[in-house]
Design a protein around this ligand. Structure first.
Ligand code: PXP
Length: 237
């Protein structure tokens, strides 16, 4: 079965709206796991706008399944990751002004820099995933740079309104999942996935894991974390 990683960033976003203690992303992670999530994802951003260092350390203590830390490939973040030792690090591009991670990493343009970060992380027993657009050149570069996984960016698929574009994007993701798998890379996907568009992505044979945040937290606000996670798990099954 495809694994579900629940991203708890937006629980922290709500907390930070009031700079208070609640809601707590660590408690949310525990509830998501109790509901059957296979992993927890959080993004420690350079500006600490939602998840704080303390949350990450607490998540490392509390998460019993699989902790996936999203981060930019900077010296500061690599150092934190080697201290925390999450199960997986997903390297993502980061720009201060963006609302969320907007594009994939350019593995080709940043090859040496990424290679250095990947080698340090892997030497610390951390599985490394690269968040990239579903493009063949990026996938080939991800294999060359010695990543373990690629997380295919589903943002364009998720935002597409025209049915032909949806079909084209889905086909692209399908083909790139196969290509990545043939190159020996593990395959996951994420960004913009929700209760309406997740099934087709989960049905891709090489897909191992889906990382979903906003849609699950948005539903959890209305119906509770447990139901929000369970309903997503039913769809990806
Ligand atoms: N995967 C990666 C690498 C991301 O950066 C994000 C957004 O934080 C997600 C998955 C989850 O995206 P969404 O919140 O749209 O489900």
């Amino acid at each position: 079965m495809v694994r579900l990683g629940v991203n708890v960033d937006h629980v922290a976003t709500l907390r930070e709206a009031r700079k208070s203690k609640l809601p707590d992303p660590v408690a949310a992670a525990v509830m998501a796991e109790m509901a059957g999530a296979h992993g927890i994802v959080c993004h420690l951003r350079e500006d600490r706008r939602h998840i704080k260092d303390k949350d990450l350390y607490l998540l490392k203590e509390m998460v019993k399944t699989h902790l996936n830390m999203e981060m930019a490939p900077t010296d500061e973040m690599v150092k934190i990751a080697t201290e925390v030792v999450p199960d997986m690090v997903t390297l993502v591009p980061e720009r201060r002004e963006e609302l969320t991670t907007e594009g994939g990493l350019d593995v080709i343009a940043n090859f040496e820099y990424l290679h250095e970060a990947i080698m340090i992380l892997r030497a610390n027993n951390i599985v490394v995933s690269l968040f990239i657009a579903p493009e063949i050149n990026q996938i080939k570069a991800a294999a060359r740079v010695k990543a373990d996984y690629v997380e295919l960016h589903t943002g364009v698929y998720a935002r597409a309104e025209n049915l032909n574009t949806v079909a084209d994007e889905l086909e692209k993701i399908r083909a790139m999942a196969l290509a990545a798998s043939k190159l020996g890379l593990g395959v996951s996907a994420g960004h913009g996935l929700n209760y309406q568009n997740v099934r087709e992505i989960a049905a891709i044979p090489q897909m191992e894991e889906l990382n979903i945040g906003h849609a699950i937290i948005a539903k959890a606000v209305m119906v509770g974390m447990e139901r929000a996670v369970r309903e997503m798990l039913e769809l990806i099954r």
